[in-house]
Design a protein around this ligand. Structure first.
Ligand code: GLC
Length: 724
């Protein structure tokens, strides 16, 4: 097939067939169940006929080579024109081999491993019959009360853009028609879902278009510039209009200004949700708004299926809008080679061979070790293999280490902390006593068990955190502390006067009151995925030196939220964090600074920055300068450092952030080794969205800041002269 064939196919389709092609139903509508009349519930709820299923265009959440092949075969037998189904699913951080949650992956600052994780996930999904994944999620986040921050890559537009591109490359490769072990990517949620008010899921989003363009849109655009095939709409409103029915956002910006002509799919039920949002009074109006906004596929509701025909008959809807939607869907099917190979990569034998392979699990372990962030270490880590360890806490033996959106990942095959530790130093060197639960206080009996066990231990490792259901979609929390039972538990552990190393398993930056002061060492593990226990043990015993850096700030307290590094100075900034004055921008009860800032992460060694120099002090339109700094490993362990480049625009036409990440480089240094790290600074890096929405730079003064995180580094000044 080619584009001409696709257009000819479209011409052969009846109106009913075209409208049904815009429908996406969940897998349980297929597998012959609906045809056998075994499906009653949702089909009746949706008010759709079996004809709609036979002519529908895509399936949500079906997988398994055998199952998907049988769905496709049954479908092709019934579909008059033999148009194959698209199989779409949420492969967010792995298919069966689960990688760290994306917020964890982003803390590795390792774009290559991120891409490889997406490639491995795509391979496992493709041989299991999946054609499209609903990833990457590139919503910029600043509010850890929101459960879906675990799915994001953090608070910075530049870094989110880099990871978006890496994930798209990994999922899609560079030839979807030929490479049957890749899947099409779908960037989401367009747009600004991460700015839901109060961190409450599905809540309103309201910001200027300038802010939207400056902070929230870049990463979606980066994914599309990398060739991402699809876009998914967000549940929230943008500037008063639900994204799914927002022509300004979808037609003017996404399709006309950015030139995106790929498939746009609504989020689950988001078309029909235009009714509770209050911009449509019924499903017919909702369908009209969404198709006019350019939404091609309606996921799991039937506003299109049940109303588009009538809208066209009444002259309320041009058939050309339906045609262009169908054409985009048929084009995607052609790009995936489905007309020639309707089963595409689905292969039962390869599925057995490739899914959950040792190679993929090793990759997951490597990435997990690089995704963890060492937040505190007062002489406790790395542990010696001769040490006796008491492992306690609700995550001591828990398989709940995959995190949300780990769909096909088997928890019972995930490596627990207990397994990882025992494998590392031998079962007789690790005693385990869970102690408290996630929210359940330690009982007298459990405490007696611990008192006994601690006698023979040199160090206590407390594996604490949130149940994975406490984050993810619909998982917003107003209080983001560790559950009090665990905070109390850590405090009691300190009575034993033994070193306590806390390992955290959680889906969001937490309010760590009562933990950071009690723990002698603190390792943020997020949800590390299938190889959790081994990856964390690799770090705790120093086989891998921690190198993760936070991509989302940890607030000092939830009252500080939203807190993020690229904030504005205000007209009354504090003179310095510790200087308390009344009439400045501050709190009476807590500092302005986060507990742990963006870019922060410790190592078992220490890196010293010196000799920041600029090759010149003036950047011109077509003349860049180079910033060079020397990084020295001053400690006894070899380690990897992520050198971060930030730039501050001292004066702008609109207020400019205190600093903005503009680059980063990873360097591996042996003990005592030094290396010069150089960044190029050019005019394009200094552009921003002006009040007239123009994206350009202004001549003037800038400060470059190169360091180990967003608060510690060396600075130098330079000017920008515009010669064009
Ligand atoms: C969910 C999520 C979206 C996901 C979709 C399909 O509601 O918002 O991220 O891809 O439904 O599962």
């Amino acid at each position: 097939m080619n584009q001409t064939d696709v257009k000819q196919l479209l011409e052969q389709m009846t109106q009913d067939e075209k409208i049904a092609q815009l429908m996406q139903l969940a897998g349980f509508f297929y597998e012959g169940a609906a045809q056998r009349g075994e499906i009653t519930g949702p089909m009746e709820d949706l008010g759709i006929e079996e004809e709609t299923i036979i002519n529908s265009g895509s399936v949500l959440g079906a997988s398994g080579a055998g199952e998907v092949r049988s769905i496709q075969e049954a479908h092709l037998k019934k579909n008059r024109l033999g148009i194959p189904l698209l199989m779409m699913a949420d492969i967010i951080h792995g298919y069966k081999t689960i990688f760290p949650v994306p917020l964890g992956i982003s803390c590795s600052w390792n774009l290559d491993l991120a891409e490889k994780s997406a490639e491995a996930a795509a391979k496992e999904a493709a041989v299991s019959g999946v054609h499209v994944t609903f990833a990457p999620m590139t919503d910029l986040v600043r509010d850890p009360r929101w459960g879906r921050v675990m799915e994001s890559t953090g608070e910075d537009p530049f870094l989110n853009s880099e990871f978006a591109k890496a994930f798209v490359r990994g999922f899609q490769g560079d030839n979807l028609k030929e490479d049957l072990h890749r899947v099409a990517a779908c960037v989401k949620h367009f747009a600004a879902y991460g700015a839901s008010e109060g961190g409450r899921d599905y809540n309103s989003v309201d910001m200027s278009e300038r802010q939207l363009r400056e902070m929230y849109l870049p990463a979606y655009k980066a994914a599309l510039d990398e060739g991402c095939e699809m876009v998914m709409t967000a549940f929230n409103i943008v500037d008063g209009i639900p994204a799914t029915g927002n022509k300004r956002l979808m037609r003017d910006i996404l399709r006309d200004e950015w030139g995106f002509d790929g498939v746009m799919i609504s989020d689950w039920g988001a078309v029909k949700e235009l009714i509770p949002h209050g911009t449509a009074s019924n499903e017919k109006e909702a369908g009209k708004l969404a198709i006019e906004a350019g939404v091609d596929i309606e996921m799991m509701t039937a506003c299109y299926a049940n109303n588009l025909k009538e809208l066209m008959e009444e002259g309320q809807l041009e058939e050309s809008l339906v045609d262009e939607a169908v054409l985009r869907i048929l084009t995607l099917k052609d790009k995936l080679g489905l007309f020639e190979k309707p089963h595409r990569g689905a292969d039962v034998k390869l599925e057995e061979e490739l899914v959950f392979s040792k190679e993929h699990r090793q990759l997951s372990r490597d990435l997990a070790a690089k995704s963890c962030v060492l937040l505190k270490n007062e002489g406790v880590l790395p542990l010696g293999k001769e040490q006796k360890v008491l492992l306690v806490g609700p995550f001591a033996s828990s398989g709940d280490v995959l995190g949300p959106w780990s769909w096909k990942g088997p928890r019972d095959e995930a490596v627990t902390m207990e397994e990882g530790m025992k494998r590392k130093i031998g079962a007789n060197n690790v005693s385990v006593a869970a102690g408290c639960g996630i929210e359940e206080a330690v009982t007298e009996e459990q405490w007696k068990e611990i008192e006994l066990a601690v006698k023979g231990a040199d160090v206590i490792v407390a594996a604490l955190g949130e149940r994975s259901e406490m984050s993810g979609e619909g998982g917003s929390r107003a209080d983001i502390m560790l559950p009090l039972a665990q905070v109390e538990f850590v405090r009691k552990l300190k009575r034993f006067n033994k070193p306590v190393a806390v390992v955290l398993f959680n889906g969001r930056p937490l309010d760590l009151h009562g933990v950071t002061d009690q723990a002698d060492a603190l390792l943020e593990a997020w949800y590390p995925g299938t190889e959790a226990g081994d990856a964390v043990a690799d770090l705790l015993f120093g086989e891998v030196n921690p190198s993760g850096k936070l991509t989302m700030s940890f607030p000092y307290a939830v009252g500080q939220v939203p807190v993020y590094y690229n904030r504005f100075n205000t007209g009354r900034p504090q003179k310095a964090p510790h200087i308390r004055e009344r009439y400045v921008s501050q709190y009476l009860d807590i500092p302005n600074e986060p507990l742990f800032p963006f870019g922060f992460g410790l190592s078992y060694t220490s890196f010293f920055y010196s000799n920041l120099s600029l090759s010149g002090n003036v950047v011109r339109s077509d003349e860049s300068i180079r910033a060079t700094v020397t990084v020295t490993n001053q400690g006894e362990y070899a380690g990897e450092e992520t050198v971060q480049l930030y730039i501050k625009d001292e004066v702008g036409e609109v207020v400019r952030p205190l600093k903005e990440l503009k680059g980063f480089k990873k360097v591996f240094l042996k003990s005592g080794e030094s290396q010069e790290i150089t960044f190029k600074i050019n005019e394009t890096m200094l552009r921003y969205t002006h009040s007239d929405l123009g994206y350009r730079s202004d001549a003037g003064s800038f400060t470059v800041f190169i360091g180990t995180d967003s608060e510690n580094g060396k600075t130098a000044a330079f000017e920008l002269e515009l010669t064009k």
